[in-house]
Design a protein around this ligand. Structure first.
Ligand code: SF4
Length: 388
């Protein structure tokens, strides 16, 4: 869900199966399934994703198209992770969710995540999720501070998030992610600390922290371009302040035992997202729904981006010519770094040494990784690896 213009959105998965793998404790060798559900109860002011509010009739046709696509898939492997993202798949009626997941082999999956916006959960829905095979929930909290939330268009409160986490625990779902956004309108160091205090209080297993970069196609971005005041356009923190908030979160979460393992992702030991790690460690997965990507270990494919086009049936085989370029920067997203081979050291010699000299990269026994400063400037670093 959380369709912000992330500075570091998950890039499309790419490349041949690598000879390297980051030194993570998780053993990941089975493929995953991604299901896209791009429907939301409201359009958040900062969001530039194709997700949003659409007619109910289109949503019904989308569900049918999704069921057709999943049902027609020729499974060459049994997935061990499933991820329902969007949009807000948490708003799917329990029966519809169950119907879609019944089409995916492998239940009980090692990890089955649903993204949800706080505000709609009931004990019955939480139990229905468990019955359907869901064992992990990613909550698009974004902030625990009401002034910030109202400017995004969100209506939940910190108390509601707390109550809904209790419902999930009661239903047997204890693996919960909380999404936070650094750089929301009206955010200050004090209010950011307040959100982090709530994270400490609620003690989730996983936290995602995204630095907001306002996109001109979002309502907030358009308002800023017009010089208007709606959505708190005048109170949006500077890039420097946003980076400071992010670094504050890195430090605070580490103190809570929730360590950064990827640029935007933090987890207690062993609670890293098994599914999302597949994107960064180049393992195959199948994507279903509008704009969903698939990677079979060799080629990637992208479904039609717009909901209308998807419902009418459409997918686009991607150009695979740049896959070897993208392999390096995907691995650099991980705190564990990567171990480039001799060919990669040769090929990227110039940018690697430039960023080593600039203190944005560091090496350690043949492993290459971003420094703390490099993480903040990661887009600039990745750009160079795409155009060496
Ligand atoms: S919940 Fe908000 S941020 Fe997330 S996809 Fe929907 S409109 Fe965008």
């Amino acid at each position: 869900m959380e369709g912000v213009v992330w500075r570091d959105a998950i890039p499309p998965p790419v490349a041949n199966r690598p000879h390297w793998l980051p030194a993570l404790s998780l053993k990941i060798n089975v493929s995953g399934v991604y299901i896209s559900y791009p429907f939301c109860a409201q359009k958040c002011t900062y969001c530039n994703f194709a997700s949003g509010v659409f007619p109910r009739e289109l949503e019904a046709r989308y569900r049918e198209a999704l069921a057709r696509e999943i049902g027609a898939h020729a499974w060459e492997w049994t997935p061990d992770t499933v991820y329902l993202g969007g949009g807000t798949p948490g708003n799917l009626a329990p029966d519809a969710l169950r119907g879609l997941l019944d089409l995916v082999p492998g239940r009980p999956w090692a990890e089955a995540t649903i993204e949800a916006a706080p505000g709609n959960l009931t004990p019955e829905i939480a139990r229905a999720w468990t019955t359907a095979g869901i064992n992990r929930v990613s909550f698009g909290v974004q902030s625990f501070v009401e002034k910030e939330l109202r400017r995004t268009g969100r209506t939940h409160t910190a108390a509601l998030v707390s109550a809904e986490m209790a419902m999930l625990h009661a239903a047997g779902i204890s693996n919960i992610n909380i999404d936070l956004i650094a750089g929301l309108s009206a955010q200050t160091e004090a209010s950011w600390r307040e959100s982090l205090d709530w994270v400490e209080r609620l003690a989730p297993e996983h936290v995602s922290v995204y630095m907001l970069e306002v996109d001109e196609d979002s309502r907030l971005g358009k308002e800023m371009l017009l010089g208007g005041v709606r959505y708190g356009a005048l109170d949006t923190p500077s890039d420097e302040a946003t980076a400071d908030f992010y670094e504050l979160a890195v430090e605070r979460l580490a103190g809570l035992g929730i360590a950064r393992y990827e640029i935007s992702n933090f987890a207690r030991p062993g609670m890293e997202s098994r599914h999302n790690l597949k994107y960064w460690t180049l393992q195959p997965y199948a994507g279903f729904g509008a704009d969903a990507h698939s990677f079979d270990g060799r080629m990637r494919r992208q479904n039609a981006e717009s909901i209308d086009e998807y419902v009418s049936g459409g997918s686009h085989p991607d150009d695979t010519s740049s896959l070897s370029d993208e392999r390096l920067f995907l691995g650099l997203r991980l705190s564990a770094g990567i171990r480039p081979d001799a060919e990669e050291w040769r090929r990227f010699d110039v940018p690697i040494h430039r960023f080593l000299d600039a203190g944005l990269l560091e090496t350690d026994g043949g492993v290459l990784r971003l420094t703390n400063r490099g993480v903040l400037l990661s887009n600039e670093v990745f750009q160079e690896f795409l155009n060496p």
